[in-house]
Structure formats: C-alpha cells, structure tokens
Design a protein around this ligand. Structure first.
Ligand SMILES: [Zn+2]
Length: 89
C-alpha cells in the first residue's frame, strides 16, 4: 500500500461496490431466484491467509458465511477481495 490516501480509496470503493452488488443480489433473490457466491482474491502475495481460505470455499449458498465467518468482502481496510455471484445450480 503506497500511502493512506490509496488505502482509504481502495477500501471505500470496495465497500461501495460490494454494497451496491448486495442490494442487486437481494432484489434478485426476492424474485425467488436463488444465488450462490464465491470469494475472489487478487491472487498475489499481499492476500491475507483468511482471504485465501475463503476463496478456497468455492461456491457456497448465498446466505452462508465463508470460513472466516464473514459473509463477504471487505474483511479489513485494504482488503482487495470481491464476491462473485451466480444463480444457484
Ligand atoms: Zn481480502
């Protein structure tokens, strides 16, 4: 992380993105369409151990927590992970 401004920008953008996508996902599920989710890391040497474990969970039911206990990114300021969503099989 280069400096505090970058950390804040990455964190705020990530939270805004996840929040918007969660609202859209909630709407879709309210129409009776079941979703599942997966944790996607940046896959580089700065990814935390718990984020890797969450990614290893693969696709899980949308309302379940990941291994870390979190329901989705971001786990901490500077977490660059995102959540993938798709229709449940
Ligand atoms: Zn992360």
């Amino acid at each position: 992380m280069r400096d505090r401004a970058e950390l804040v920008a990455i964190t705020e953008l990530g939270q805004a993105f996840e929040h918007g996508a969660d609202i859209a996902s909630d709407n879709i599920q309210s129409w009776g369409i079941q979703l599942e989710k997966a944790w996607l890391t940046s896959e580089d040497d700065r990814v935390s151990e718990e984020c890797w474990e969450n990614q290893d969970d693969g696709w899980i039911p949308y309302d379940n927590p990941f291994t870390s206990g979190d329901y989705g990114p971001l786990r901490f300021p500077g977490c660059r992970c995102t959540k993938l969503r798709r229709r449940a099989r």
